[in-house]
Write a protein that binds this ligand. Structure first.
Ligand code: DGT
Ligand code: CA
Ligand code: CA
Ligand code: ZN
Length: 575
């Protein structure tokens, strides 16, 4: 039995009643409110009912006589008559269809009435026959939008890249904070944990006037439409294609709310278990003692502290052992953005970048770096204008010139992004490779080799002794291309033997290595380079995504080579 399923059912009843008619407005709202209560509650309603009966249920916010009777029906019989009856009239898979960007229950119902569309399969068929464009209120553009929405869902499971979602979340927060009715607004959920993809955004709002907040939300340009609203939660579809849940909380519950809605769910469960072991209880409002009296609620730090835990940063909250470390005061001190002293993977006009050497160097200097490594492509990447050995001679000469001009402001390092060819040889001569301060080597072709061959290819490259950094090691593109098949244990072992550093590529579609593979690589004692793979100056600001990913992999400053000051870094290279 799950609150979640029941919440879905109540939400669906609300949608169906909404379709039944305007006069049911208050009923619709009541169902939505109850659905919200259930969705975020920790205690199972079944448990409440067994202990306290109907009376216990009716104490829940938004649960009146009718809804309590539905809950009881569901607990006792596993179904709800009212739902089943409505469902006969609306045999539509609302949950699936409304995941499509811009598709609400109303539109789904129109599709059903006009074309008999009940589910995704039906919709796909109707789209293929171009029947949607002829329905009143749809049209060709709307048909195309639905097609795009379905494609996005299929490719990504509906999850958006962090690098796309987080800036939108931050823009929303900024606008909300500027609004008079909002005291505070912060990003929570997976975006705050810097997870590589985001299912939906979660934003917490402190305000005493929810109805004004709703107005402020509706006005924001990023918002497509409001899909559900109540006094504590407003859900919207964003134009970007994913949803955003805004939770309105009281200032006094801010810490408890933030801890709860940051997740992850599993981390939250573990933290609440600690509370229970101490005879306390923790929910989204407060940490309470056994008499239900509040202990703390205002900040996350206080909550972790009163539970005897060190503060755990959001990036680590994935139930991977961090709670245990926090109990024993053994959490690692994670890398911070200010630790970075250089970027080791960047491109210029010499291949497929758009800025000059000097422009890239100036940008790096403005970020406070001591060095920047230029890694333009080798010749096999011909579509990028990849350079042969001869062209690299000129490239390095231009870097020397730039260094003279920069006069110590920042050091430009000579490198190249050298293709690891299909057979594991490198794309440039050893003469060229010897002139580099370091070589960053990557796979850009033959992505589909069988695991054994792919692994051998990489190991052969490592054994050449020239690979200093292994660029975007699995070559995956999130939502676009699967990682190459590698026996990572063998690759990591070989990397350790041959002093190869693993890259954490900060580009939002790469984030390669990912958090889990970082943890694995750390187990082999490997070092990391966190780079942006910038193809223009602005890309250098994407370092934050690489750092977030590194933090999710429990990386410390000492694990990362480009946190070394320039002299130490050069020494490291010459080791
Ligand atoms: P996402 O949206 O799939 O990228 O991942 P999250 O982590 O943002 O998940 P979401 O949006 O469903 O919920 C936001 C946070 O709210 C989640 O990280 C923890 C909390 N939360 C949501 N539902 C539950 C629940 O049923 N139980 C518990 N303990 N926490 C929940
Ligand atoms: Ca979320
Ligand atoms: Ca959410
Ligand atoms: Zn690159």
């Amino acid at each position: 039995m799950s609150n979640k399923r029941l919440a879905e059912i109540l939400e669906e009843i609300a949608s169906m009643l909404d379709l039944e008619g305007e006069n049911l407005f208050f009923e619709v709202r009541a169902y939505r409110k109850a659905a919200q209560t259930l969705e975020t509650m920790q205690q199972e309603v079944e448990e409440i009912f067994k202990k306290e009966g109907e009376e216990g249920l009716r104490k829940l916010p938004g649960v009146g006589k009718t809804i309590a009777s539905h809950i009881i029906e569901f607990v006792e019989k596993g179904k709800i008559k009212k739902y089943d009856e409505l469902k006969k009239k609306y045999p539509i898979d609302f949950a699936a269809l409304t995941k499509i960007q811009g598709m609400g229950a109303r539109k789904a119902f129109k599709l059903y009435k006009a074309l008999g569309v009940r589910n995704m399969d039906d919709l796909r068929k109707a789209i293929a026959k171009h029947r949607v464009r002829d329905i009143d209120g749809f049209g060709e553009k709307s048909e195309q939008d639905i097609t795009k929405g379905i494609e996005f869902l299929e490719k990504s499971g509906g999850r958006q890249l962090l690098g796309v979602a987080l800036p939108v979340a931050e823009a929303l927060v900024k606008q909300l904070k500027a609004s008079k009715t909002v005291e505070n607004a912060v990003v929570a959920g997976s975006a705050r944990r810097m997870k590589e993809t985001v299912g939906d955004l979660d934003i917490l709002i402190v305000s005493e006037d929810p109805s004004k907040v709703e107005e402020a939300i509706a006005k924001m340009g990023e918002v497509d439409s409001i899909i559900a609203k109540g006094p504590t939660k407003i859900s919207v579809v964003l134009k970007m294609g994913i949803n955003c849940d805004f939770r309105i909380i009281e200032k006094d519950s801010f810490g408890a709310g933030l801890q709860y809605f940051t997740g992850s769910k599993d981390h939250g469960v573990q933290v609440r278990q600690i509370a229970v072991r101490k005879g306390y209880s923790l929910n989204e409002y407060q940490l309470s003692d056994k008499n239900g009296k509040k202990i703390v609620s205002r900040t996350e730090e206080e909550i972790y502290g009163k539970l005897g835990l060190d503060y755990i940063v959001p990036e680590m909250r994935e139930a991977r052992g961090e709670v245990d470390l926090a109990i024993h005061h053994k959490l690692p001190k994670l890398i911070a953005p200010t630790d970075m002293k250089g970027d080791l993977h960047t491109h210029t006009k010499f291949t497929d970048g758009i800025n000059t050497i000097e422009e890239m160097a100036e940008k790096a200097a403005s970020l406070g770096y001591e060095y920047i490594g230029l890694t333009d492509h080798s010749k096999s990447e011909y579509q990028t204008g990849g350079m042969d050995d001869k062209k690299f001679v000129n490239y390095f000469a231009q870097i020397d010139k730039a260094n003279d001009k920069l006069d110590g402001k920042i050091k430009v390092l000579k490198s190249g992004e050298v293709d690891i060819l299909k057979d594991g040889t490198l794309d440039l001569s050893s003469k060229t490779l010897d002139k580099m301060d370091y070589a960053l080597c990557s796979i850009h072709s033959s992505f589909n080799l069988p695991k054994e061959d792919q692994t051998k290819r990489v190991m052969r490259a490592f054994e050449s002794g020239y690979v200093r950094i292994f660029g975007h090691p699995t070559a995956r593109l999130i939502n676009q291309r699967e990682p190459v098949q590698l026996d990572l244990d063998k690759v990591f072992e070989s990397a350790k033997e041959n002093n190869v550093v693993m890259e954490i590529n900060s580009r939002p579609e790469r984030l390669d290595l990912n958090d889990e593979n970082i943890i694995r690589a750390r187990g082999y004692g490997l070092k990391f380079a966190i780079d942006t793979d910038a193809h223009q100056t602005a890309h250098m600001e994407m370092m934050r995504y690489g750092i977030g990913t590194a933090q999710r992999g429990w990386i410390t400053k000492g694990d990362v080579i480009n946190t070394l000051a320039i002299d130490k870094f050069l020494k490291f290279l010459n080791r």
